[in-house]
Design a protein. Structure first.
Length: 150
């Protein structure tokens, strides 16, 4: 039973992490739309990647700061949710699974930062805060009592 829980914990944590990120970003785009200039650049990137990235870089100053803060919050909440679920499912390996979620989130964040233009402040914040949140939540997700260790 413990092996099955351990094997299922990481995929479940990753699924909830991605779902949380998608949900928070979707809500945030309603509250802080990136603007027509960025929307046009994103559409251009679908047909011409290099021209689209250049247009996104040019449109960056027109995007509200709230849009980027929302993305950062989505990454942090997604990492926290994923680490919590993974740690809760496999109680004995809660920290290892939380670190695994954090590492995979870190890879995703760095990839996103490298492929899509972001303000300079997003690099350190996007590397430290989401992964740090996931590891912190994993550390707090400890087995409670004998029932949690079964």
């Amino acid at each position: 039973m413990r092996t099955a829980r351990f094997v299922l914990a990481l995929p479940a944590g990753l699924v909830i992490m991605m779902a949380t990120i998608a949900a928070v970003e979707s809500l945030g785009l309603r509250a802080f739309p990136p603007g027509e200039t960025m929307a046009a650049a994103v559409e251009l990137a679908k047909t011409d990647v290099e021209a689209g990235r250049a247009a996104m870089r040019d449109a960056l100053p027109t995007v509200p700061v709230g849009t980027f803060v929302n993305v950062l919050a989505a990454w942090m909440l997604g990492g926290a949710a994923g680490a919590f679920l993974a740690g809760s499912i496999a109680a004995r390996a809660h920290l290892a699974l939380g670190v695994a979620v954090a590492v995979l989130l870190l890879v995703a964040c760095v990839t996103n930062l490298a492929l899509i233009p972001h303000p300079a402040w997003m690099w350190p914040a996007g590397i430290v805060l989401p992964a740090g949140t996931a590891v912190t939540v994993a550390a707090w997700t400890r087995p409670r009592g004998a029932a949690a260790l079964r």
